[in-house]
Design a protein around this ligand. Sequence first.
Ligand code: 5AD
Ligand code: SF4
Length: 366
Amino acid sequence: MPDIVHILDKELLTREDLIRLLTVTSKAERDLIFQKAAKVRSENVGKNVYLRGLIEFSNRCEKNCLYCGIRTGNAQVERYCLEEDEVIACAQHAFENNYGSVVIQSGERTNEDFIIKIDNLVRKIKILSHGKLGITLSCGDQSKETYQRWFDSGAHRYLLRFEASDPDLYYKIHPNNKKHFLLNRLNSLQYLKETGYQVGSGMMIGLPGQTPENLADDLLMLKMLNVDMVGMGPYIEHKDTPLFEKRDQLLPKDERLALSLLMIAVLRILMPDINIAAATALDSLADDGRMQAICSGANVLMPNFTPLKYRENYFLYENKPYLTEADALIKKINESGNLNGYQIKFGEWGDSKHFANRVKGLGFDS
Ligand code: 5AD
Ligand code: SF4
């Protein structure tokens, strides 16, 4: 116990410190970490929770990640791509409900047709909302020119998870070929930063074969990349994927949830002013998984706005809560006025404080 108190008092956490925090076994030690995360959170980003309406644009993907239900090799999936007017209707709905931002997420494609479609969507959403809706993109690895083009059209945040920072683990969950190079991903994150985006990254937690050392290194990678936002969530097995074979190596669901929440708390301590999203995958482990994430240090929620008829085809993993409507969540928030004491912020972009600090030159780079 004393060493945990000492670690939590330190200015800079080492790899060993992080491993120690991620391997605590007693409730008392865990509580200390969560208390510290709550303090760091309220001193740096307050108790606000920002909303992004999530629009899952298309489940067509060129990649073949071994864990993902919409990988190109999965022939069981019915593929879809939303029509432009369907996306615009989702964005309009988000705007009318006073959401500050939307996220357009998609399987990865790099052809000109896809690039133009996303570009048009970004411009039209800007027009419909008179520039008021913030736009985050999560559309995978693209060229520097494409990132620039979408940025010039009005997107200002980009999410691109590195999934696992350890090359050995990374290539156990991705095919080892040009399309899936880890270094390309890291280069993309650099390009995104140079373009001027607020940049988000992250990884999966509880992968088969993943160690506490791997997780500590993932956290250090986020710190080294100096990201503005993080989306990290539990790995959830999917039966139509190759990684399903390794399901007997997984932590039980309650332990995977506990580990994911601990990771959020430790990340909040490590990077006090970033935005941390409560990943949707948490709700596959517990009904209130995302709420538990908010209480552990996350400050961004991304309710799903994808039209219901498409949701069952955007099954990245099993037990995805595709029937939970954004509207139901809004209703709940409106009725209670807040969420466990956290203030849901409508009508705000909710930009990452870290980004503001970074561009002011207070961060490690620009
Ligand atoms: N379990 C959890 N998260 C997954 N993702 C893809 N497949 C899974 C899975 N089986 C996540 C990846 C990707 C994001 C869009 O969804 O981290 O970056
Ligand atoms: Fe495609 Fe992303 Fe799934 Fe990989 S994780 S197969 S890039 S949608």
